[in-house]
Design a protein around this ligand. Structure first.
Ligand code: NDP
Ligand code: OXD
Length: 316
């Protein structure tokens, strides 16, 4: 029995080390960069594998995606029909919540304006309304959205959420589907996006959507905070909305093309904060054990928690 580790764009060694240290006797951990026998592989731990790689494994029983988002896998039309297990883990979730809270507080507490004042040695107070006066809207109320919402509610923000299907979340005003979108946007000062990239959500963050956000707040207009996926956003529209005042600011962790090309105007825009797709890193030390526990469960004939298994029809 063997686990094949197929990772592109990330450093592979920490994952190989972790899996090899924890693997039970009888499970060989193989590095896809070296020659291997495809027939030996029953499990694959992957991040953005080249399309076709997994189709070449005749005895594959399950795919363990090393991140929460599976859009890269879904784009592989040759993907074998075995369960895809994604990361649902408190370590990754808390990392994302930290990033979201950091970006929300940065804009709410006017960090950029104070930094500009500091550069001019200017001592001047700016209006600091209470968190309860600020409406945060979270698009995507899954594992990550719900955790971020919980912490933002605890901080006192007026939080709303938007999901595909109706959901409830304590202290959060919930909306769902196309019918709920307009009202959700109209009561949102800071828009936090934690949606997966699917055929339905691609390009959803466009000028028309930004124009539907609430305009009256102490930040000079609505703020976009996206850590979902770059495919959700139309970057030309973000730039146009920042330039014409439809958006006051944007904090982006994900981009249409990654790494974000040097030529992108987003890099130099004074109203944009950029992080390089690191809002919630997958940590091999924290997550390796979970993946091996999943393999052990499948080997014993047990099912994986359905909440961690990707629904191919939905695309997430
Ligand atoms: P989940 O699958 O748990 O949640 C997805 C949420 O999005 C659900 O609430 C779902 O609705 C909602 N949703 C999906 N499609 C639509 C739609 N068409 N309209 C409205 N709502 C929709 O995912 P996670 O919370 O675990 O992760 C979310 C995404 O975050 C990942 O897919 C990934 O792209 C991104 N991510 C980014 C990272 C980074 O470092 N930047 C790290 C980790 C993840 P419903 O509740 O009805 O199903
Ligand atoms: C993920 C990511 O999906 O890192 O987990 O983007």
């Amino acid at each position: 029995m063997a686990l094949l580790v197929v990772i592109r764009h990330w450093v592979v060694e920490p994952w190989l080390d972790r899996f090899r240290r924890l693997a039970p006797p009888g499970l060989r951990v193989l590095d896809a960069r070296e020659p291997y026998d495809p027939a030996e592989i029953e499990y694959a731990a992957v991040w953005r594998p080249d399309p076709g790689t997994l189709a070449a494994l005749p005895n594959l029983r399950a795919i363990f995606n090393l991140g929460a988002g599976v859009d890269a896998l879904m784009a592989d039309t040759t993907l074998p029909n075995v369960p895809i297990v994604r990361i649902v883990d408190p370590d990754l979730t808390r990392r994302m919540t930290e990033w979201v809270v950091m970006m929300v507080l940065m804009h709410h507490r006017r960090a950029g304006a104070f930094r500009d004042q500091q550069a001019r040695a200017e001592w001047r107070g700016l209006r600091q309304p209470a968190a309860r006066a600020v409406r945060v809207g979270i698009m995507g109320m899954g594992v990550l959205g719900q955790d971020a919402a919980e912490v933002l509610v605890r901080l006192g923000f007026d939080v709303a959420g938007w999901s595909r299907t109706p959901r409830a979340a304590a202290g959060v005003t919930m909306f769902s589907g196309a019918d709920g979108l307009e009202v959700f946007l109209g009561r949102t000062d800071i828009l936090v996006v934690l949606l997966p990239a699917t055929p339905e959500t691609r390009g959803i963050l466009n000028h028309a959507l930004f124009a539907g956000l609430a305009r009256d707040n102490h930040m000079g207009g609505p703020v976009l905070v996206n850590a979902g996926r770059g495919a959700l956003q139309v970057e030309d529209d973000i730039l146009a909305a920042l330039d014409d005042g439809t958006l006051a600011a944007a904090a982006l962790d994900v981009f249409e093309v990654e790494p974000l090309p040097q030529s992108s105007r987003l890099w130099r825009h004074p109203k944009v904060t950029i992080t390089p797709h690191c809002a919630a890193d997958s940590d091999a030390d924290a997550l390796g054990e979970r993946i091996l526990a999943g393999i052990a469960a499948l080997a014993r004939g047990e099912a994986i928690d359905p909440a961690h298994v990707v629904d191919r029809q939905r695309g997430y």
